[in-house]
Design a binder for this molecule. Structure first.
Ligand code: FAD
Length: 623
């Protein structure tokens, strides 16, 4: 392999790297995945869980395009929950608790079964760049591998520095060494880099916990799953999580270590994820709160290791231990691993194009935490897009990007490259202006045809999606066409305190009422007969319900998106020099020159660029 030239070399086999390698190889590119430790492929560095609010939608999107994260999330799940089920379907977010070891193993097995993919365990210490074009990588042992494109997915490893209390040491993750060389070389090549930080809670021995004192958190009664393929199945058995609380006493014990906290004594200077604060940060910032929730999450089917969600900390280990022993149910707790914080290098993502290719070095792509994001799902989706585009570039095909109204992945990448990020970026539903369109139930409709066209999504995947679409459309039409008599409708309506009908009416109208559910309309003989005769499954029924109840909202959002897309089609010439637009604000000129937006719409999303600046640009471009 040392003498071979690869189409795509992926550096790092975390969530981003694994998806990137799978995508490139599945699209027919000769791919090499180089990572520091082949035992830790797709290792979950922090909590053993996939999905959650907005992140669950991303996993569904990855799956719909033909990535592996959804499949592995299903095969390694120990508990499933559909979050936000009491809200509208745009907010429904699937989440699984995962078997950490199985997750990594299943990923590795899937990758090993992937054609065109080679593996190599070593640290990449530099890139080979000729005339602003990447042509390969160098490893710390001095091995040189030639490549037509390179995807960097180094996660938290670049000059990683781990902190526990007043101790710190180099590392990319506890027990794994940091990666050196790459940042320094990229900075010499003209890249801007920064530092971010994140943290993780202690892991404990479940045999030392008293679960009878905690509140049980079981999974859903009717669990669903991530993958649209029928090769994975919903769970038939699940493991529960538990909940406990910190207390004033726990907070006082934690405060005893504040003078040795790297967060408070100036040792950690970089910014951490705002929405995943450490326990010391929560006590400090929300001093009026006398308790904080802790979720006690099993790390797998068979292990007794537990993850203490909500207790992320870099306080000294003795302080962590003493405080945790004062939590109800934790009186005899034994530690597996203490919590810690880590600082690492990242590269502000405004240095990237929509394809995740760097603007400075041709053929070089960045994906995952290296771009300033946080989270497995955010990383995996970027990896998928970088792998796809690296492959397309080598094959001299048109680039593949997703727009903001097409996918959360489109929102994520557009936000990163247009606005940049000063703190670890995580996805939220509120970041998507078209979230009614970007639901977890329809990611296959939105993306599987695109994935199929790319050669990533299989024929089987496409057929399943087409069948679901045809069946749900026909069922919606059935409700539009079929009437129900007052005799049949009124007992059902009365039971739901819904206004009665005086004459025959279309079922669609009744079903569209907010408090009338599928269980209610199934009481009409014609509906139940239709379901049985057409063998409709849960997915088709759910899809139909959404189409009936939310048709108006969906239509409105589609119209808004269409309006935006008109602006999206107004292209700006490449390397446009904004300094000549003197009537534009200086800030806008500087930012536009730096980011080089591709369309007027993208330009309008850059912070510091006002509607007035956009008008100046439109006039100049003769619009
Ligand atoms: C302590 C800690 C706490 C975290 N807390 C949270 C949290 O609370 N919430 C959250 O959403 N996310 C959290 N994360 C982040 C989450 O783990 C990442 O977002 C996600 O794993 C990023 O995926 P990635 O693929 O970009 O990188 P990683 O998963 O970090 O994978 C990087 C891979 O690249 C390899 N690698 C790196 N450099 C080289 C090199 N030079 N040569 C060869 N291989 C290399 C590594 O061995 C590793 O396999 C935390 C991470 C850590 C370490």
């Amino acid at each position: 392999m040392f003498n071979e030239e690869y189409d795509v070399v992926v550096v790092g086999a975390g969530h981003a790297g694994s998806e990137a390698a799978a995508a490139a190889a599945n699209m027919g590119s000769k791919t090499l995945l180089i990572t520091m430790n082949l035992q830790n492929i797709a290792q979950m560095s922090c909590n053993p869980a996939m999905g959650g609010i907005a992140k669950g939608q991303i996993v569904r999107e990855i799956d719909a395009l033909g990535g592996y994260s959804g499949i592995v999330s299903d095969t390694s799940a120990i508990q499933f929950k559909m979050l936000n089920k009491s809200k509208g379907p745009a907010m429904w977010s699937p989440r699984v608790q995962s078997d950490r070891m199985r997750f990594a193993e299943d990923w590795r097995m899937l990758l090993e079964k992937t054609d065109n993919l080679d593996f190599y365990q070593e640290m990449v210490s530099g890139l080979i760049v000729e005339n602003h074009k990447v042509v390969g990588v160098k490893t710390s042992l001095g091995v040189e591998v030639r490549a037509k494109s390179v995807v960097l997915t180094n996660g938290t490893f670049l000059n990683g520095l781990i902190h526990i209390g007043d101790k710190n040491f180099g590392g990319g993750r506890a027990g794994e060494r940091a990666a050196t060389g790459i940042t320094e070389q990229l900075v010499n090549l003209g890249f801007e880099s920064g530092r971010m930080k994140t943290g993780t809670p202690p892991r404990v021995d479940g045999r030392s916990l008293d679960f009878s004192k905690m509140i049980e958190q079981p999974g859903d009664v009717n669990p669903e799953k991530f993958s649209y393929l029928d090769t994975t199945k919903p769970l038939t058995e699940q493991r529960s999580c538990h909940m406990s609380y910190t207390s004033e006493l726990v907070h006082d014990l934690l405060r005893e270590g504040f003078d040795r906290s790297p967060m408070f004594n100036g040792r950690i200077k970089s910014v951490g994820p705002r929405y995943c604060p450490s326990i010391e940060d929560k006590i400090n910032r929300f001093a009026d709160k006398d308790r904080h929730q802790l979720f006690v999450e099993p790390e797998g089917w068979n292990t007794c290791e537990y993850y203490i969600n909500g207790f992320s900390t870099s306080l000294p280990e003795d302080v962590q231990f003493k405080a945790l022993r004062s939590v109800v149910g934790f009186e005899n707790v034994k530690f597996f691993r203490p919590g810690y914080a880590i600082e690492y290098d990242y590269f502000p993502p405004t240095q990237l194009k929509h394809t995740l290719e760097t603007k400075l070095v041709e053929g070089l792509y960045f994906a995952g935490q290296i771009n300033g994001t946080t989270g497995y799902e955010e990383a995996a989706s970027q990896g998928l897009m970088a792998g796809i585009n690296a492959s397309l570039k080598v094959q001299e095909k048109e680039a593949f990007t997703l727009q903001r109204d097409e996918a959360y992945i489109g929102v994520l990448i557009d936000d990163l490259i247009t606005k940049g990020t000063e703190e670890p970026y995580r996805m939220f539903t509120s970041r998507a202006e078209y979230r009614t369109l970007l639901r977890q139930d329809n990611a296959d409709f939105r993306l599987t045809p695109k994935g199929y066209k790319l050669g990533l999504a299989s024929e089987q995947r496409l057929r399943r999606m087409e069948e679901k679409q045809a069946k749900s459309e026909a069922f919606v039409q059935f409700f539009r066409d079929t009437s129900v008599t007052p005799e049949e409708a009124n007992p059902v309506l009365e039971s739901k305190n819904s206004a009665l009908v005086k004459q025959q009416d279309k079922m669609f109208k009744l079903y569209a009422r907010p408090n009338i559910t599928i269980e209610d309309v199934r009481k009409f003989e014609a509906v139940e007969n239709y379901i049985q005769a057409n063998d409709l499954d849960r997915e088709v029924i759910e899809q139909t319900e959404i189409q009936v109840k939310y048709a108006g909202y969906i239509e409105k959002e589609k119209n808004n998106a269409d309006k935006l897309n008109r602006l999206e089609n107004l292209k700006i010439p490449a390397d446009f020099d904004y300094s000549k637009l003197k009537s534009m604000s200086i800030e806008a000129r500087q930012k536009l020159n730096k980011i080089q937006p591709v369309t007027i719409s993208q330009a309008s999303r850059i912070s510091g660029v006002s509607p007035n600046d956009i008008s100046v640009l439109l006039v100049y471009l003769g619009r």
